[in-house]
Design a protein. Structure first.
Length: 254
């Protein structure tokens, strides 16, 4: 069970944005769908403990990671969250193996034998053995995504948070890597929350989707019961150019 309620504000000299998000679900793969600037990334960052939250909670299978009413706020490293950043955030000076192992080490502690075995297992599972000593700059976009996903899994997380996982990839790669991501999540049995503005991602992966707009959830769709095009806005309320884009998306999902 993923149970999230978040209220926070971010601002600069020009504007302020208020986030007020709440959802609870047992779905194994959740999508937060919406346009850029809707508040999706803020939601993921707050769940991971990377942003201060004014009020709310984050609970995973009954374990509280955040509960402002109780004065509880676990640091990011104690939350058991695997985070796949949009552009992967790999360390350019580290090898593939060292990138995957990064969260399991510190300047005070070397990699333990059990952790080293887990890293080796992930390298083999993702087909990265031949690239283990390579640097990120020498890898393709798909290979970089596999490294980043293996790193997110290395800490044995309770949940995967996926920030636009296919946005940095060539369109021809996306279908293959969606299939790989689905297989990885099912194999490891870890629930996932993905943010995306691409309905193809939602249709291919999600069991439940929430439409985010203006910092709030405005619609919920059970993808096991209904098609992804139920996420599309009512055509009658759109401007002509928006209506054409909606029609194209609906054709792609048909």
């Amino acid at each position: 069970m993923i149970d999230v309620r978040l209220q926070l504000s971010v601002s600069d000299a020009r504007r302020r944005f208020d986030l007020d998000i709440a959802f609870a679900t047992d779905a194994p793969f959740v999508a937060l769908y919406g346009a850029s600037g809707a508040g999706k990334s803020l939601t993921l960052q707050a769940m991971a403990g990377l942003l201060p939250v004014r009020a709310g909670h984050v609970r995973l299978n009954g374990r509280a990671l955040l509960d402002t009413a109780a004065g509880l706020c676990l640091p990011p490293e104690a939350r058991g969250v695997g985070y796949l950043f949009q552009h992967y955030a790999l360390f350019p000076h580290l090898s593939v193996r060292d990138n995957i192992a990064f969260g399991l080490t510190s300047w005070r502690r070397r990699l333990r034998a059990g952790d080293a075995a887990r890293v080796d297992e992930l390298i083999d599972s993702f087909g990265l053995a031949a690239l283990a000593r390579s640097r990120p700059a020498t890898l393709s976009g798909g290979q970089q995504q596999r490294v980043a996903l293996a790193r997110a899994l290395a800490c044995n997380p309770q949940v995967l948070l996926l920030d636009e996982p296919f946005a940095a990839l060539h369109p021809l790669l996306r279908r293959q890597l969606r299939d790989e991501l689905r297989a990885v999540r099912e194999r490891w049995g870890i629930p996932a929350v993905m943010i995306t503005h691409d309905l193809d991602d939602v249709a291919a992966l999600a069991h439940r989707a929430y439409v985010v707009d203006g910092g709030r959830i405005v619609r919920e769709v059970d993808l096991d019961a209904g098609p992804a095009h139920d996420l599309l806005p009512d055509a009658a309320a759109l401007r002509p150019e928006e209506r054409r884009r909606r029609d194209l998306l609906e054709e792609r999902l048909a």
